[in-house]
Design a protein around this ligand. Structure first.
Ligand SMILES: [Zn+2]
Length: 130
């Protein structure tokens, strides 16, 4: 974690220094991209850590995936955006249309590798069935 922060700090300082000393545009772009990638990675990392946190013993990276179950399947209407095209197949606009679909409710089970606590997470997914 600290290593990533140091990396960000180096990139940030590099970014500002490059502005002063007049480095090439390419170098600045690379530094800018590296910065964005690092921040994006950091956010993903934190989110993943939060997801694998045991609610009972509050440890990070504790949950291990055990099983996935479909607990419910419902029939639904899914709103999709379809393209309008003219005779030359050019897109002239879009319109919304409801098509039949399925809503699956999944239950994921995880087990904490430290205290053995079982945790379940429920996730819904809509899918158009054409
Ligand atoms: Zn635990």
């Amino acid at each position: 974690m600290e290593i990533i922060l140091i990396f960000v700090a180096i990139l940030l300082s590099g970014f500002f220094v490059s502005d002063i000393s007049g480095l090439s545009d390419i170098t600045q772009n690379v530094l800018g991209f590296g910065m964005i990638a690092t921040i994006g990675g950091l956010i993903l990392f934190r989110r993943k850590r939060l997801k694998s946190r045991c609610r009972k013993c509050k440890r990070n990276w504790a949950l291990k995936f055990i099983e996935q179950k479909t607990i419910k399947t419902e029939k639904i209407s899914v709103l999709v955006e379809l393209e309008n095209r003219d005779l030359a197949r050019n897109v002239t606009g879009t319109h919304d249309q409801y098509i039949p679909g399925k809503r699956n409710t999944y239950q994921y089970t995880y087990k904490c590798k430290y205290c053995g606590n079982l945790e379940t997470r429920v996730l819904k997914e809509d899918r158009a069935s054409i």
